[in-house]
Structure formats: structure tokens, C-alpha cells
Design a protein around this ligand. Sequence first.
Ligand code: CO8
Length: 285
Amino acid sequence: MSLLLRHHLAASHRAAAGLARARWLSTDTSRNVLISRPEPSVALLTLNRPKALNALNSALFGELNAALEEADEDGDIGAIVLTGSDKAFAAGADIKEMKDKQFADAYKSNFLVNWTRMSSIRKPIIGAVSGYALGGGCELALMCDILLASPTATFGQPEIKLGVIPGAGGTQRLTRIIGKARTMELVLTGRNFTADEAERWGVVSRIVREGSVVDEAVKVASRIAGFGRVSVQAGKEAVNVAFETTLEQGLKYERRLFHSLFATADQKEGMAAFTEKRNAQFKGE
Ligand code: CO8
């Protein structure tokens, strides 16, 4: 039985047991994004255009944005996992959908603006990458907060071969993560890079060599979901500020957020639990 199917069956069983809300299950295989709850506090979103290697199109982003926003609003969910198939996380933007586009249409409609909505989600998103993560697929992976890869993961920004350049962060996020020389080489030659390179360069936090990368991502998500929601949100926000500001301003921002957490019940509970030598019961308040 395929891994994906196992996840969806597990989610269905949980739904039957009343653990998941109906709106949180979308195992309809005609959809571009399958939604399940492998754990009560974790949403698993699986890109599902297998015949096109999960090429990203407007319909898929419509579903993905809706699912991400719903997960962000759902008080039961603490973290989100985004994955694709064993063969492809996503092989890029859908070239067939894009090929006849004209400048005026792309410019007037602000093409791609809705494709980066993921970067404004407040809950942590853990990407689990197997197979191809190319072009927009690589950029989508880079929008995740934590990225885990299986040894088969192949990343790249091959847009130059199509007469274009990356359009959703490939030249910006990648440069900040791996530096100018490497990004220049990747963007200008269009060569792919391996899971090992991605790990060495800090694109992924680690390669999952034993077992399934999706299972591991769900474990990471579940662990995060067990902590206080306010401090998790603050932690994500503070790390992201590092990409936007000077060190001095970033440190000030971090300190202010740190101060503000003393107004939360979770801080009182977390520190009381430590001193009382018991596990903390966070309420997200
Ligand atoms: N778009 C549309 N269809 C695709 C794409 C794609 N990006 N990638 C694969 N497919 C389709 C193929 O056309 C093929 O369909 P069909 O059977 O109907 O011909 C099917 O998927 C299987 O593909 P292959 O037969 O090519 O499979 P292979 O295993 O031989 O090769 C590759 C796999 C190497 C991944 C190959 O398919 C490939 O090179 N794909 C294109 C990769 C690429 O150039 N990606 C960049 C696209 S441009 C882009 O992403 C711009 C980003 C804009 C921002 C996005 C915001 C998030």
C-alpha cells in the first residue's frame, strides 16, 4: 500500500472515530490538494496532480490557499505539513498553462501574487520533499518554515531553460539561504541540486534516511503543536523578521516579543511545570 494511501486511510479512520471535522477531510482524489488529519492537531496537505508531477496551476493554488487559510484559522490545528508524491513534490509552475501568456495580462492580473499566500500563514508549515522540487516547486518548498527531504529529493531553478527566471522567490529566498555564488550558478545554469547539497547548504534542516519523510514531518508538526500556540506563533514571527530587518532592529523585535510572552498563561504554566517537575499543559492562552 502506498504511503499516501496509508495516510489518507488513517485520516479517514480518525474521521470515522470523530477525531476530525468533516470539512477537514478532502480525500476526493479528483482534487488538486488532498487534506487529512494524521494527528488531531496536524493538517496534512498533499499536492495531487500526479500525471503532471504536481505542476502548479491556478486551480491548485486556489485549493492550497483555501486549505492553508482554513488550517490557520482552525483552533484545533497547531501545525501544517505540506507534501507531494514520492516522484514529485512539485515539478514547477504549469508550463502548459503559462506558455501563451502575454506580458499585459500577466502584469495587469499581477500573475503569481496569489501563489505566495503561503508565506503569510502564521502557523508553522513543515515541507516534506521527495522527488522533484523544481522551479515554482522549489520556491514553494522554500516558503515552508521547516523543510525535510527524503534522499530522492531533487531541487532546482530550471526556469532559464524556458526563457524566464524564477518568479516566486527563487532569486531572493535562495540567495539569503545559500548565498550569491551558489544561487547565481543554479539560476543561470538551471542545474538541479541534490538532497545532500540541500542539506549541506542549509536549504533543508535534514534528510530523512530511515522511514518516510512525511511521517517524520507529521511527528515534527505534532511536537510543535504540543507547545503553546502563542509562543510558537511568536517564534515563527521572530525568525522571519531576521530576513526583513537589521540585526539591531531584529534583536529589539525579538526582545519585545519575549517580554510580551510574560502576559500569557502558557508562560506561567510552562515555568510552573518546570519547577514542579511535571509536563506542561499548554492552552494557547
Ligand atoms: N508543467 C506542466 N507539465 C509538467 C511539468 C510542468 N512544470 N513538469 C512535468 N509535467 C508533465 C509532463 O509534461 C508530462 O505530461 P505528459 O505525460 O502529458 O506529457 C508529465 O508531467 C510527466 O513528465 P515527464 O514525462 O517529463 O517526466 P520525466 O520523469 O521524464 O521528467 C522532469 C521529469 C525532469 C521533472 C520533467 O518533467 C521536467 O523537466 N519538467 C519541467 C520542470 C521545469 O522546468 N519546472 C519549472 C517550470 S517554470 C516555473 O516553475 C516558474 C515559477 C513561477 C513561480 C511559481 C510560484 C510558486
